[in-house]
Design a protein around this ligand. Structure first.
Ligand code: UD1
Length: 374
């Protein structure tokens, strides 16, 4: 084993806690630094699922002393601590930039200026930094990555991006790591910044760095009471509360849902493999799933007769389609996704049976509407 001691910032969260379990199962010693943000941990206490074998430090990545303490004798850092939520980032600008960008800057400042034992670092970047994914035009054959969609088209009921050259409706194709980063939201900008900071300082100080652009991660422990969460958890929370799923647009927009068990394997493989050093990876399932399919899967699992509410409303900065080309992960570290959306949702549903879900989605949607963001 090349490395032994791993620090996971944000290790009490959804992705971090699963990564903690996975690395401990595989023989690593894990330390967690987490501020237990009340939006995710309302009790202010470490969650019950937190692995007892992990060392837990309550602290904040924007506090230099907390980070210095957490970095003691660490071989590898997974920097996952971040404010997460595309819509919310559009009005909590200072909070998102501070936690995500300043937090990363302080981490790297310590590595650049102080004595440390860190030999590798990995960051949770995001597919949201792409904006729209890649498409081709069935009529003129051109391959393109369109700009964000235009409100005028929505009034005509056109949700799909149109070809720049011939105005034909485009067909989505897998998006690889070379697509341009349009970074439409504040959240996307901060994720892109984290990635760029890590790669730059990593190269400058010869600390191998890896950026993992997570697509839409889902799985157990994704809070069912956080209305700024991903759509699968939101729909499950609503249906468990006897309410219907509310779909933006016509519900035929797609996302690439990658199951947490697949995702943590990518984390381990890219940590262990030198071929991943200084590389950026798209981490997805490689398959698009419509938001309608998400809603229907949740209704089926819950045996609910609720109807889908298709609103025709647009959440500012939402992309229509983006799904991952995962060839690079396969080529460099030999990873292949193994869990389908349906299989993964069964797992989430089983876990959710013992969970309380407080649905606050209506309030969160109103908040966006008041601000003209939906
Ligand atoms: C999500 C994550 C983001 C992560 C990115 C890539 C959240 C809030 N966002 O962004 O942190 O970096 O994946 O991994 O977790 N929708 C509805 N009804 C709802 C909620 C959502 O129709 O009640 C729609 C949205 O308008 C969008 C789609 O579902 O079209 C997906 O939305 P969401 O789950 O918020 O994910 P992303 O914005 O893709």
């Amino acid at each position: 084993m090349k490395y032994k001691h791993v620090l996971i910032t944000g290790g009490a969260g959804f992705i971090g806690s699963h990564l903690t379990d996975h690395l401990i199962e595989n023989g690593y010693k894990v330390r967690i630094l987490d501020n237990l943000n009340p939006q995710i941990h309302p009790s202010g206490k470490p969650p019950v699922y937190l692995n007892k074998k992990a060392e837990f430090i309550k602290g904040n990545v924007i506090n230099r002393d907390d980070l210095v303490k957490a970095l003691e004798k660490i071989d590898v850092v997974f920097h996952l601590a971040a404010a997460v939520g595309v819509g919310q980032s559009m009005y909590q600008i200072e909070h998102y930039v501070r936690d995500n960008c300043l937090g990363t800057a302080i981490l790297l400042d310590i590595l650049a200026n102080e004595r440390h034992t860190v030999k590798k670092m990995l960051v949770a970047a995001s597919m949201s930094s792409f904006g729209e994914g890649m498409y081709n035009c069935p009529k003129c054959g051109s391959v393109q990555q369109p700009d964000l969609r235009n409100g005028a088209d929505f009034k005509k009921g056109i949700w799909e991006p149109l070809c720049l050259l011939c105005k034909m409706q485009l067909t989505p194709i897998p998006t690889d790591e070379t697509a341009r980063l349009q970074s439409p939201s504040v959240y996307a900008i901060t994720k892109r910044t984290q990635e760029e900071l890590l790669i730059s300082i990593g190269k400058a100080y010869r600390i191998p760095a890896v950026s993992l652009r997570f697509f839409n991660a889902f799985g157990s422990r994704q809070s069912l009471s956080n209305p700024y969460n991903g759509v699968a958890a939101i729909f499950l929370s609503r249906v468990k509360n006897g309410k219907n799923p509310i779909l933006n647009e016509d519900g035929l927009q797609t996302r690439d849902f990658v199951h947490i068990k697949d995702l943590v394997k990518v984390c381990q493989l890219t940590m262990e493999s030198d071929s991943a050093n200084n590389e950026i990876f798209n981490v997805g399932s490689g398959k698009p799933t419509t938001i309608r399919e998400v809603a229907k899967t949740v209704l089926d699992l819950c045996k609910s007769r609720e109807k889908l509410e298709i609103t025709g409303k647009f959440r500012t900065f939402d992309v229509r389609h983006c799904f991952a080309d995962v060839t690079k992960l396969k080529r460099l570290v030999g990873w292949m996704p193994s869990i389908s959306f349906k299989q993964g949702m069964n797992d989430v549903f089983e876990w959710s049976k013992n969970e309380t879900a407080t649905d606050k989605v209506d309030d969160a949607m109103k908040e966006l509407e008041t601000r003209g963001l939906r």
